[in-house]
Design a protein around this ligand. Sequence first.
Ligand code: SF4
Length: 471
Amino acid sequence: MPRVVPSRRDRPRPDITPARIRAVEAGSPAERAGVGAGWELLRVNRLGIPDILAYRRELGRGSARIEVRDPADGRLVEFEVAWEDPGLEFEDVIFDGIRLCANKCDFCYIHQMPQGMRDSLYIMDDDFRTSFLYGSFVTLTNLTDDDLERILDEQLSPLYVSVHSADEERRHGLMKPWPHKVPDAGAAGIRTMIERLEPIDLYTQMVLLPGRNDGPSLTATLEYLASRPNVLAVATVPVGLTGHRRNLPELEPYGPDGARAVLQRVRAFQERMLAERGTRFVFASDELYLVAGEPLPPAEAYEGYPMLENGIGMVRDFLDEPPDTLPERLEGRRRALLVTGKLFAPVLERAVAPLRGIDGLELEVRAVPNRTFGEVTTVAGLLAGRDLLEAVRPGEADLLLISPNMLKYGTRTMLDDLTVDDVAVALGMPVVPGGSSLGQLARTLLQGEAADVAPSFGFSTHAVKEASEQH
Ligand code: SF4
């Protein structure tokens, strides 16, 4: 019989940071074993468990011996499960700490953040596990051979990868990886990584900087990415700048001409790919169309919106669910104020035009200046609660509708930790998220309260990345 050599991942490892248990399901094996909220998971099948993926993987083997500890008195408990969920819910999905990035990108949003935001917004997450779990973009410069082996072995697919440029020197110049933080400089090149990850599907993005990686360089990168069978699509997003760039290289945002030039290249590539492969392959972010002043593509041009969270097609998706039949009048008068970022305000103004005919409904769309990040920042997702308090006078409306993108995913909390309720109290009026489609927005306006507002994309994992569409 040949000797079975366990892969690196399967070899017993020293204890990893214990995973804190948030809750224990009633009637579950864990509860029957006496485990409670606040306890810690130590090992499964004698192995240290670095994250939820490894935990699920061990459970997937069928039988699992689970070791937990009560930190209050150090008591250890072991119990076994066989094809049954133990009933543990954890505080985090990553148990051994988020893998931080090894770069110092010229355009990094975290380096140009104002102070006083929520702590989690300053975490420079570049962790392939959150990429797989949540779709956050990673650069791959911090991967070790063990990580690569694990990604391939566990088929962590798809991953979301920030490419920026397939020209290694140019990419290096944009991202400036720290030599002492990159585990293997020889293997950290983006082409090497993409090629080593060939069995893994990749959604990629390019954060574009005027004159740095657009023009012919953009086309060359698209050519390379299109040549790789595991690259499914490319998102092109413009660099996002704030008014808090200190000790950072001078960068220019895109103006209408620059954005139009990018769109021209993207469209030319799309047409070719559509004819050759039946997919457009490359997509431009909403921001590029809005800055260029060009019409947004129709819904079908987004091919199912695979990168919606990255600002690719969000506006089209919002506009394409129209309001239901509108009433002629409201019972009673209602003054509603819709606040959003400067970029989206003109689109919203046009979109709500049909609602202006409703008798008794007074509507105002207001573009809120971003004093927190600086007025160069025009997306709604980076408005903070304090910006609303500066832009709206107490009692000036009966209802304030905010963009759901201003809220942390699944919560009512804004970037500066002010909640929707804090703003409502300060302004003396109901404040509600307006919904992620025009139809939801209209229902909210007519009912005077949030109707069926679906969770919106917010600031879940790599908070600022998601809001600013870059990493
Ligand atoms: S943009 Fe992302 S990868 Fe680049 S320095 Fe910032 S956190 Fe790191």
